[in-house]
Design a protein around this ligand. Structure first.
Ligand code: AMP
Length: 420
């Protein structure tokens, strides 16, 4: 197995990685870092959870520190940014900023994160000095550009993160505007979890002779996760959820609903049943979202209820269970959702509720992941036809099925290799 010391990363980065306890690069890191250090463009097909943030952040930090912070262009005016990471959501922007800060802690480069929904003054002040690394969501970035607070004409490295999500969220025109403001001579990195034709076309317009790296194709993410589906009437879903969450095997559950209102209603009904739950979605104020995330991260709330958009990219380790209160109509979203558990090699359980109208979604999902999702037929609110497809369930709904070989004792949900 390759270690980070075999990659040509400078000592201050190696030191930071040791502090983070990273020893072995993930496949996207091992594949991308040497090419990125050499200045190549990259087309990365990878979702969050694969370590893609470090895959682009480490070589960026190294290249920027080789010429910076100011050495490359003494006398250049302020407000000029040397690199830009464009990402769809505030949560992702903040997490990427945290990663750059952690990996770059010994380098002294200047960075800032800008996103909408909060006052712009501190962001404008951060930009005023010019930055080595700017991490931004598209709307606020264009806003501040229009107000003359920054220029992108000296960008040396540009990263477009979660491109498929950007398009889903309707950012295509914003992306084009940002790209038009970049210099043609630059290094460009493009990441997307999926690569449908419109995304591939967008990438082709941004990248020059890119190295292409694809990791964990959608189907294989699903293989690490224990999945099960429970057939249930819509009116019984709340009661079923409350029942399942009584199981203390659930350390930290992320519950998905299709709509924002649904997320609120589910969180409220759980709270009434004295299950500590909070909803997170785009309607809430930034501080409310951050607080909800922090409570979840620290374990104060055991259950976070989210929509696909709100949860996308949330980087929280130790989510033991993902519960699909409603199945998504886009099958890829199912894979994104269940991928929130089972991070960094840990095991995870994904439980999906499926009512009669969602059967078609389930079929699409099973086609995509090329697996049958086992049915739990005997639960208190079963619709009665679950037995049509016999389930392989043993034990509780929320507990892992007995593994074929002994597991590490005590540590629930962590698939540790047996010692010996
Ligand atoms: P990402 O796909 O960038 O969202 O990263 C997923 C998670 O894996 C984050 O919590 C990272 O801190 C963690 N991570 C990334 N690279 C490594 C590595 N080489 N070793 C251990 N953890 C890592």
């Amino acid at each position: 197995m390759q270690s980070f010391t075999e990659l040509e990363l400078i000592e201050p980065l190696q030191r930071a990685l040791r502090a983070e306890n990273y020893t072995v690069p993930t496949p996207i890191q091992a594949g991308a870092i040497p090419h990125l250090l050499a200045g190549r463009d990259l087309l990365g097909c990878a979702q969050t959870g694969t370590g893609k943030t470090a895959a682009f952040a480490l070589p960026m930090l190294q290249r920027l520190s080789a010429t910076g912070p100011d050495g490359r262009r003494p006398g250049a005016g302020p407000r000029r940014m040397r690199s830009l990471v464009l990402t769809p959501t505030r949560e992702l922007a903040i997490q990427i900023g945290d990663s750059f800060r952690a990996y770059g802690r010994h380098l002294g480069l200047r960075q800032a994160v800008i996103f909408g929904g909060v006052g712009q003054k501190p962001q404008v002040e951060a930009l005023a000095r010019g930055l080595d690394i700017l991490i931004a969501t598209p709307g606020r970035l264009l806003d501040l550009m229009a107000q003359g607070h920054l220029l992108l004409d000296r960008i040396e490295i540009f990263v477009l993160d979660e491109a498929d999500r950007m398009l889903d969220m309707g950012f295509i025109h914003d992306i084009r505007k940002v790209i038009a403001a970049l210099p043609t001579r630059r290094q460009s990195l493009f990441f997307s979890a999926t690569m449908p034709p419109d995304i591939a076309r967008l990438a082709a317009g941004i990248l020059k002779d890119p190295v292409e790296i694809a990791v964990t194709p959608v189907a294989s993410t699903a293989e690490r996760i224990e999945q099960r589906v429970l057939f249930v009437e819509p009116a019984q879903k709340r009661a079923l959820l409350a029942q399942i969450l009584k199981d203390q095997a659930i350390d930290r559950a992320l519950v998905f609903t299709r709509t924002k209102h649904g997320a609120n209603r589910v969180a409220e009904s759980l709270a009434r049943g004295r299950i500590a739950a909070e909803a997170i979605h785009g309607n809430k104020s930034q501080s409310a979202r951050q607080r909800a995330l922090e409570n979840f991260r620290s374990g104060r709330t055991r259950v976070l209820v989210a929509t696909d958009i709100a949860a996308r990219g949330i980087d929280i380790d130790g989510i033991s269970h993902v519960i699909n209160y409603e199945l998504p109509n886009v099958p890829e979203s199912y894979v994104h959702r269940i991928g929130r558990t089972a991070r960094a090699g840990a095991a995870g359980i994904a439980i999906s509720f499926c009512d009669a109208e969602e059967r078609a979604y389930l079929r699409d999902i099973e086609k995509l992941i090329r697996q049958r999702v086992p049915v739990v037929a005997d639960h208190p609110f079963a619709t009665g036809d679950g037995s049509v497809r016999a389930g392989a369930e043993e034990g509780g709904i929320a507990t892992p099925r007995p593994a074929p070989q002994p597991r590490g004792s005590g540590r629930r949900g962590r698939a540790r290799p047996p010692r010996r």
